[in-house]
Ligand binder design. Structure first.
Ligand SMILES: [Zn+2]
Length: 330
């Protein structure tokens, strides 16, 4: 989740994301639930949507439909990230950061005291699927005794990794990826790239439009991907492949290879690729030569590599094993 970008565009972004229109209807209803959990893949706009909900709740001049006015003092405080009745946890913002027990305990005074602006208070909790048991138990106590003026908004990528006790206390809203046609149209309005590049960015971003928009601009990603895919198609040596792979972010490399393995398997069954749209012929060719068992086994090796990426003591060795076992070399 690119929180920085999302924070900058709090005001207009939600209404500019047409795939969120169903979820927004719930936010616009005048009686928002006290505890709400947005779940779904990263790159779909859950964070700006949660901020919008908070603003709707805190605005002193809401419309009849419950929408924030965007001009009152509360809205201004929200837009400048200074609203005293709005808290985001964890304070250490990042993709892998999680809420600590101490942070939840420190919330007690915020939740129990009267609000600064005389209205409601909102607690926004990111990465709710990464909250551990201790912090989770402390949070649960608060959710069980929600103060009448406090709202909790939680965000999670994986619903079933949120502690069940917390999950059951929240109204859950599944934020789903839009149909590719809708994403392509939206990306086409935001980018000057040609339709082929836009379509490839969307598929390589796992069909999440916000991540695709970031990826379109990521020259380093496309540079290394281009080198790697060209080397693979040419059937270059282990050393050449590892040499390119070593320069790449392990997560990017793992995902590119995972999508390639998936595409070869998918092509065997359906005759078309899903992710590497510029590798149709290559995937068909390998799919004809290799068995499902070999392909599935390579897929599993890549999943293992991805899990260990960043922890591997010897990345070069891990890469050699990954390519030696692969159907693209043999
Ligand atoms: Zn307002």
């Amino acid at each position: 989740m690119d929180i920085e970008r999302d924070q900058k565009s709090i005001n207009s972004s939600v209404t500019e994301m047409p795939w969120l229109s169903d979820a927004i209807k719930i936010l616009n209803s005048k009686t928002s639930p006290r505890a709400i959990l947005f779940h779904g893949k990263n790159g779909l706009g859950k964070f700006p949507m949660a901020q919008r909900l908070a603003q709707n709740v805190l605005c002193a001049n809401r419309s009849v439909g419950g929408l924030a006015c965007d001009v009152c003092k509360d809205c201004n405080l929200m837009n400048t990230k200074n609203h005293p009745d709005f808290v985001i946890l964890p304070s250490d913002i990042g993709e892998k950061a999680n809420v600590s027990v101490l942070e939840v305990r420190n919330l007690t005074s915020f939740v129990t005291k009267t609000s600064h602006r005389g209205q409601s208070k909102v607690v926004l909790i990111l990465n709710a699927d990464k909250i551990g048991h201790q912090a989770g138990n402390a949070l649960l106590k608060m959710l069980e005794e929600i103060h009448s003026t406090t709202y909790f908004v939680l965000i999670a990528e994986k619903l079933f990794e949120v502690l069940p006790t917390i999950r059951s206390r929240c109204q859950k809203i599944n934020v789903k990826p839009p149909k590719p046609e809708l994403s392509l149209r939206w990306l086409g309005e935001k980018s000057t790239q040609n339709p082929e590049n836009i379509a490839l960015s969307l598929s390589m971003a796992g069909f999440t439009p916000l991540n695709a928009l970031d990826l379109i601009k990521n020259k380093e990603f496309w540079g290394y991907r281009g080198q790697l895919i060209t080397a693979i198609k040419k059937g270059e040596s282990l050393d050449a492949l590892v040499g390119i792979a070593e320069k790449m972010e392990p997560n990017d490399l793992g995902n590119i290879l995972l999508m390639l393995a998936y595409d070869i398997l998918f092509c065997q069954i359906t005759g078309v690729v899903k992710y590497h749209l510029d590798c149709q012929n290559y995937c068909e060719l390998i799919g004809k030569k290799k068995s499902k068992i070999i392909l599935s086994s390579w897929y599993d090796s890549i999943v293992t590599y991805l899990k260990q990426s960043g922890h591997s003591v010897n990345n070069r060795l891990a890469l050699e094993v990954l390519f030696l076992d692969s159907p693209i070399l043999n």
